[in-house]
Unconditional design. Structure first.
Length: 308
């Protein structure tokens, strides 16, 4: 196996609504809100489901890697319920080896209700469910050891059970990649993330905001100096200013694609990581890895959703 992903297993449930629905339910357009199971059920009870997709940040990357022809697997926790089955089926349809065995849980499968208004804006309501309860018993050492790279997401890293799962995966991996995921994640877990970056990870994905926050600096030059000293592969995405990778005292940069008809930024970072990791496992030059990541991210932001 080329890459094994471990992350939040979230079923994206897409529904079309009008603006009045958002107003009636006190939802702010184009934002993401964490909700409980009762609120999720109340919202969805009056809606027609257009589509269900197996989502989650690392899962999106893993599907992208599969679509590029790589042998990949994924571990993410779902319940043995209808959405859990849809999640598993969705990954298998994308030729992803789903390496988690479902069982009856107290919490249901995690879901993200994506409400699409006539102007194509997306408003998201996320109920994490069982997804955030992954633990070390969910990670099979043999699966980890078979993969060239284990890919983790900052969204899932937390004290307690998820941390045990990460520690088990990291300690048995041939090579470890991780996305810092979100500025909120970085600020919440700054000391732990810095320890991971310095001592346990081989490949780190971050956007400019996240890496500046991690190092408590406003200077990208300081980030570059830090990265050179680490001797790791640190990749920084900079939106319209392109992306860079620092490795072995060298800095590689590519420009962003221009004149794009941007429809939806969902999945831009996930698909960038997919393209870059595709380059790594297929022995491409670092600059070509950056180009592949930029190519995939530019494609995904011109369509709705995080699937090419």
């Amino acid at each position: 196996m080329k890459i094994l992903g471990i992350g939040n297993a979230i079923v994206d449930v897409l529904c079309r609504v009008d603006d009045d629905f958002l107003t009636k339910n006190s939802l702010t357009k184009s934002t993401m809100k964490l909700i409980d199971e009762k609120e999720f059920n109340n919202l969805i009870s009056s809606l027609k489901i257009e589509q269900t997709i197996s989502g989650g940040s690392v899962a999106n990357s893993i599907v992208g890697l599969s679509q590029l022809g790589n042998e990949v697997g994924f571990i993410g926790k779902v319940n043995e319920d209808s959405l859990g089955q849809k999640y598993e089926d969705g990954l298998k349809n994308e030729k992803v080896d789903y390496l988690y065995k479902k069982k009856k849980e107290q919490l249901p499968t995690g879901t993200c209700l994506i409400l699409i208004t006539p102007d194509s804006e997306r408003t998201m309501c996320t109920f994490l469910g069982i997804a955030g309860k992954i633990n070390d018993t969910d990670v099979n050492i043999k699966d980890v050891q078979k993969a060239e790279i284990t890919f983790l997401e900052g969204y899932l890293w937390d004290e307690g059970e998820p941390k045990k799962a990460f520690d088990k995966a990291i300690s048995n991996s041939n090579k470890v990649a991780m996305s810092l995921s979100d500025l909120f994640c970085v600020e919440r877990h700054k000391n732990n993330f810095l320890e991971l970056v310095k001592n346990k990870l081989d490949i780190i994905f971050a956007n400019e905001q996240e890496i500046l926050s991690l190092l408590n600096t406003k200077s990208l030059q300081e980030v570059i100096s830090f990265s050179k000293n680490l001797k790791k592969n640190i990749i920084i995405t900079k939106g319209k200013d392109g992306a860079m990778a620092i490795m072995n005292n060298e800095v590689f940069e590519v420009e962003a694609h221009k004149n794009l008809e941007i429809t939806d930024l969902t999945g831009a970072g996930d698909l960038f990581a997919a393209g870059y990791l595709h380059g790594i496992v297929n022995k491409m030059h670092i600059k070509d890895c950056l180009k592949k990541g930029t190519e995939l991210s530019s494609k995904i932001i011109q369509k709705i959703g995080a699937r090419l």
